[in-house]
Design a protein around this ligand. Sequence first.
Ligand code: ZN
Ligand code: ZN
Length: 305
Amino acid sequence: MSLSHEIMKNICGYSRAKYSTWFYYRPDHILFDVGEGISLALRNMIYGIDRIFISHNHGDHIGGLPGFIKSRASSMGDITKPLTIYYPKGDTYILQFKDYLDLSIPKLPFVLTWQGISPGDQVQLHANRFVEAFASDHMGTLSLGYKIIEVRKRLKAEHQGLPQNDLITIIKEQGREAIHEEYQKNLLVYSGDTMPLDTSIVQKAEVLLHDATFVLENDREEKTHATIQEACQLAIEAEVASLALFHFSSRYSHQQVKDKIQQMITENNIQFPIHYIYPHFYPADFKQIYVESQKGEKKENNDQS
Ligand SMILES: [Zn+2]
Ligand SMILES: [Zn+2]
């Protein structure tokens, strides 16, 4: 199984423009945004979440927070497990929301930490993995996206192609570090609500989770959300391994969304899988993950036959 497939398998969530958006990435115990309905969908799995990264203050991205905190303080599970919420630094709406939560849910059994975060700030997850915030293009300076980055090692360019014996000699003389260099790999990029991100942010991501509110560009009145076409073009330019589209406007039928994605695949000869969450499929059971893969599904079907 490819790395991008593995990452997609471990993402669950829901998204519908103006209603709710949240994504849970299980391996790192991270929640990106916390829209309405999250506690109902995740049930006891809310205890798996250690950190919440909020992209911006719109209600469809933070509306699930009161229920989430209340459930985590009183359901069957480890109610003492600490939780950290990262939010765009200086956002007064979110700070007022925090005040409301402090007043309405006093005496939490767990330590709740609120941490303002700015573009470029990093949050360490493990020794070689961290989350980095970046500015998105949605509502000015207070709108963020996040990416999970892994620090990896590779052979330095000048040593590539050298015979094994030469490499061993260099290691003996100068140490192992002499032939290796560290580089950063974008594992998962979560765009939040945004116009198409800059290619440099997304470069070679395993999974790009991108706003695709509009099927038709003419439906867009303000430049605050991306179209399916823009998200696909970005994914092509950034050479991502997999694209996942979310935040569709509920005005579109499932067929319209599918047709547009298929059109993009055909016109651009796209070879990577495109996943999407269609908003009218609301999860009645969390086991059903409403992420579909056009090419992935076909491939899996072929594999079985
Ligand atoms: Zn939104
Ligand atoms: Zn928004």
